[in-house]
Write a new protein. Structure first.
Length: 655
C-alpha cells in the first residue's frame, strides 16, 4: 500500500515537473523538425485544394464531434451530437428536441469521448461514425453522408459509458461498456456494500446493415470493476472483444490509492460470437428497464423518441468459454489490437512497460486450462502463458497505442509526455518524440482497423500552455501532427482543437467526399408542415397555438407580414427553405425568442417555438448572409393583447 502510494505521488510530481518546465519547449523543437521549412510544404494545402483525410475529434465536455482536415488542421464543422447547438438550432428546434430525450428526461449536454468509423471486412467504409455520451450513457450514430446525428440510443444499467463506442469488423455491433459499476438493477443500498454486489454491464448494440439502426442485443453483466476502454478483435481474433479494467480491487472511495493496490488488473476477453449464439438459442434473461431510443428521419426532417422497457442480460458464468480475464499491469487505459488481430495491448498507465498479449497463446491457454484462479467464476488466464512480449520503453504512463501499415506501433506516454514508436513482434523501441504537452490519445487514420493509413499520427495533448497566443485562463487543447512515413517521426504541425478531444478517428477523404449530400430534395420532404411551393404558405390557429407554415428563398420569407398573434400564444414557425442549390442555407431569428435561431438547409423544414410576451410589432430576419439582398430578408409580426379579436392574416407584398 505504501509503495503504491509513493509511486503515485512520484508519477504526479513528474507530471507537474514536465508541465511546468515545458514553458520553453516551444522553442526547443528545432531538432524535431518543427522549424524545418520543408515541413511547411507537408501541411500546406493551397487555397482551393482539399485535404487528404477527414479527422473526427471528440469534443469531450462540448458533447459534440468536430471535423478537421489533415494535414492542414483546418476545422470544417462541429457536428452537434449530445449538446444543444444554437448555431443550427439542434436540440432547440421542435424536430431535434426528441434527440436529447433520455430516461432522465431532456438532457441537453454530455461528455463525448471516443468516435469510431464503421467498417466492412475490417476496413473503414465511410458510412457512419459512432460516438459515446459518457455521462448519461448513450451511443450516437452520425451519417457520413449528411454529417448529421441520425440516432441516439441510451444504454441502461450503465454509468460513465466509457469503454465505448467501438465497432466490430463488419459493424455487426457497436459496443458500449460501463466505466462505473453500479447496482443492477439500480436500488437503494449502502455504498460500502459495493464489493461483490455491483455489476459492470458491457452492451452489444446490433447495427442494421441497411439503415444503420441500433438495437441493444444483449448486455454481459460482469464483475463490479471499472471498464475503461475496449477494442474489437480483427482478422484471426474477429468474434472477440477486449476491455481494459481497473479498480479490480472494487474500492468505493479514494480510488487514486485504493484502486491502485493490485499489481495487475485485467483485460476482459469476450467471445461475443459465442454469446450471440447463446442468446439466439434463447439464452439470457430479460430484465425490465427503461431507456430512450431516438431516431432522426432525413425525409420528415424530424426525430422521434421511443422508450424501451426491457433489455436482455447474460450472466457470463453461465456460458462456458465466453469470457476470460487476461492479467495486465497496472490500471490499464487503452486496449488496442494490432491490424493482424494477434496482439492485444494493455497500456498500463501506472506502469513503465507495455504488456502485449498473444491471441494465439490466449486460445492455447484456454484450451489447456492454464488458469490462475478466477474472479467471480470467470477464469483468469495465467499471465506468463499468454504474454507475447513487453516493450521496455523507459517512458512513463503508457496510455494508448495505434498502428501503421508497416508493422510499427505508436504509444503515447502521458507522464513522460512523448510518443514512442516500436516494432510489433520484436518490441524494440525505434524512435521517440516529445509532445507539447501531456499527450492523452493519439490517432492514425484507420488505426483501429485492419488497414491503417500510416502517413500521419495526431497526438491529442491535454495541456496547451504556451503553444498559441494566450486567450486568458481557458485555452483550447492542442493537437500535434507527426509525419510517420520515415523511420523517425517528424513533428510537422500544431493546431488547436475544440472542447477536449479524448480520442479521434480519421479516414481518407476519397471514401467520403463524393458521397457527401449537397441538398435535401424538396420533392422528398415529408415534413407535415413543409411548404414546397410558396403559394401554400399559411397560418392556422388552434386555441392559443399558432402554426406558421412559412417558406424562404432568396431573398424573402412567405409570408413576411403576419397579424392576429396575441400575447400568450405559442407560435410555431415551421420554415421550409425552398432553395435547391448547394450551400444556400437561410437562417431565422425572432426577437425575444427563448429558444434559438435556426439554420435551415436547402429543401429542409425546421420548427422553432416563439412565445410573444409583449404587445407591438416585432421583426424577424434571416441570419445567414444568403445574397446581396440578405439584409432585405426580413418581416414583421403584429402582437396584440391577449383579449383582442383581430383576425389572423398574413401576406407578402400585400397579397
Ligand atoms: S479517454 S484521455 Cu483516455 Cu475517454 Cu479521455
Ligand atoms: Cu436568407 Cu439571408
Amino acid at each position: 500500500m505504501k509503495t503504491t502510494f509513493k509511486l503515485i505521488m512520484l508519477l504526479l510530481s513528474a507530471t507537474f515537473l514536465l508541465s511546468s518546465c515545458g514553458n520553453n519547449n516551444g522553442k526547443s523543437s528545432g531538432s524535431d523538425g518543427a522549424l524545418r521549412s520543408s515541413n511547411a510544404e507537408k501541411v500546406y494545402v493551397a487555397p482551393g485544394e482539399h485535404d487528404e483525410f477527414y479527422a473526427f475529434m471528440s469534443g469531450g465536455y462540448s458533447g459534440n464531434l468536430t471535423v478537421y482536415g489533415l494535414p492542414s488542421g483546418r476545422m470544417f464543422k462541429e457536428i452537434p451530437v449530445f449538446s444543444q447547438f444554437p448555431t443550427s438550432g439542434y436540440g432547440y428546434s421542435e424536430e431535434t428536441v426528441p434527440m436529447l430525450n433520455t430516461s432522465f428526461g431532456f438532457v441537453p449536454w454530455d461528455d463525448s469521448h471516443h468516435p469510431d468509423i464503421s467498417q466492412t471486412n475490417g476496413e473503414l467504409d465511410g458510412r457512419w461514425i459512432f460516438i459515446n455520451g459518457n455521462n448519461t450513457p448513450r451511443i450516437a450514430r452520425i451519417s457520413l453522408k449528411t454529417f448529421e446525428t441520425e440516432e441516439i440510443i441510451e444504454v441502461p444499467n450503465s454509468a460513465g459509458n466509457h469503454s465505448s463506442s467501438f465497432v466490430t469488423e463488419n459493424t455487426e455491433y457497436v459496443v458500449a461498456g460501463t466505466r462505473f459499476s453500479i447496482p443492477v438493477p439500480q436500488k437503494d443500498m449502502p455504498i460500502s456494500e459495493y464489493k461483490g454486489n455491483f455489476k459492470g454491464a458491457l452492451s452489444f448494440i446490433k447495427v442494421d446493415q441497411e439503415t444503420g439502426r441500433m438495437a441493444i442485443k444483449f448486455q454481459v453483466l460482469m464483475p463490479g470493476f471499472n471498464y475503461d476502454l475496449s477494442h474489437p478483435g480483427r482478422n484471426k481474433s474477429h468474434g472477440w472483444f477486449f476491455f481494459t479494467t481497473y479498480n479490480t480491487e472494487e474500492a468505493n472511495s479514494l480510488l487514486e490509492v485504493n484502486a491502485s493496490q493490485n499489481d495487475k488488473d485485467f483485460i476482459a476477453a469476450i467471445n461475443w460470437k459465442k454469446i450471440e449464439e447463446y442468446v439466439n438459442n434463447g439464452g439470457g434473461k430479460i430484465m425490465p428497464t427503461n431507456y430512450a431510443h431516438n431516431v432522426y428521419d432525413e425525409h420528415s426532417h424530424s426525430a422521434t423518441s421511443t422508450m424501451i422497457k426491457e433489455v436482455l442480460t447474460v450472466d457470463p458464468t453461465e456460458i462456458p468459454g465466453a469470457v476470460y480475464l487476461l492479467p495486465t499491469p497496472k490500471s490499464p487505459h487503452g486496449c488496442d489490437v494490432d491490424p493482424s488481430g494477434e496482439y492485444i495491448i494493455g497500456n498500463g498507465k501506472l506502469s513503465a512497460d507495455l504488456t502485449i498479449h498473444s491471441f494465439t497463446k490466449m486460445l492455447d491457454a484456454i484450451e489447456n486450462k492454464k488458469f490462475d484462479g478466477d474472479a467471480y467464476g470467470i477464469p483468469i488466464l495465467n499471465f506468463e502463458d499468454i504474454l507475447a512480449g513487453t516493450v521496455k520503453s523507459g517512458g512513463l504512463g503508457p496510455l494508448h497505442t495505434e498502428f501503421d501499415d508497416k508493422g510499427n506501433a505508436y504509444t503515447t506516454f502521458f507522464i513522460s509526455s512523448e510518443v514512442v514508436k516500436w516494432k510489433v513482434g520484436t518490441w524494440e523501441v525505434i524512435d521517440r518524440k516529445p509532445t507539447y504537452y501531456s499527450v492523452g490519445h493519439l490517432m492514425i487514420p484507420g488505426g483501429n482497423s485492419r488497414k491503417p493509413f500510416g502517413k500521419y499520427v495526431v497526438a491529442m495533448n491535454k495541456i496547451t500552455k504556451d503553444r498559441y497566443l494566450p486567450t486568458g485562463p481557458e485555452l483550447e487543447h492542442s493537437a500535434q501532427l507527426y509525419d510517420i512515413t520515415g523511420d523517425k517521426m517528424e513533428l510537422i504541425y500544431d493546431f488547436p482543437t475544440h472542447g477536449e478531444p479524448h480520442y479521434a478517428a480519421a479516414i481518407p477523404a476519397d471514401l467520403i467526399k463524393d458521397n457527401s449530400q449537397k441538398i435535401y430534395r424538396l420533392d422528398e420532404n415529408k415534413h407535415p408542415y413543409a411548404v414546397t411551393n410558396q403559394s401554400d404558405a399559411k397560418v392556422t390557429r388552434n386555441g392559443n397555438e399558432v402554426h406558421i407554415s412559412m417558406s424562404m428563398i432568396r431573398s424573402h420569407f412567405t409570408p413576411d407580414n403576419i397579424e392576429g398573434i396575441k400575447v400568450g400564444d405559442k407560435v410555431y414557425f415551421h420554415i421550409t427553405n425552398l432553395e435547391q442549390d448547394f450551400d444556400v442555407p437561410h437562417g431565422f431569428a425572432m426577437i425575444g425568442a427563448n429558444t434559438s435561431e435556426i439554420l435551415v438547409m436547402p429543401g429542409q423544414t425546421k420548427t422553432i417555438l416563439w412565445e410573444p410576451k409583449q404587445v407591438g410589432v416585432w421583426p424577424f430576419y434571416c441570419t445567414d448572409f444568403c445574397s446581396a439582398l440578405h439584409q432585405e430578408m426580413q418581416g414583421y409580426i403584429r402582437v396584440s393583447p391577449k383579449e383582442s379579436n383581430i383576425d389572423l392574416s398574413w401576406s407578402l407584398d400585400g397579397e
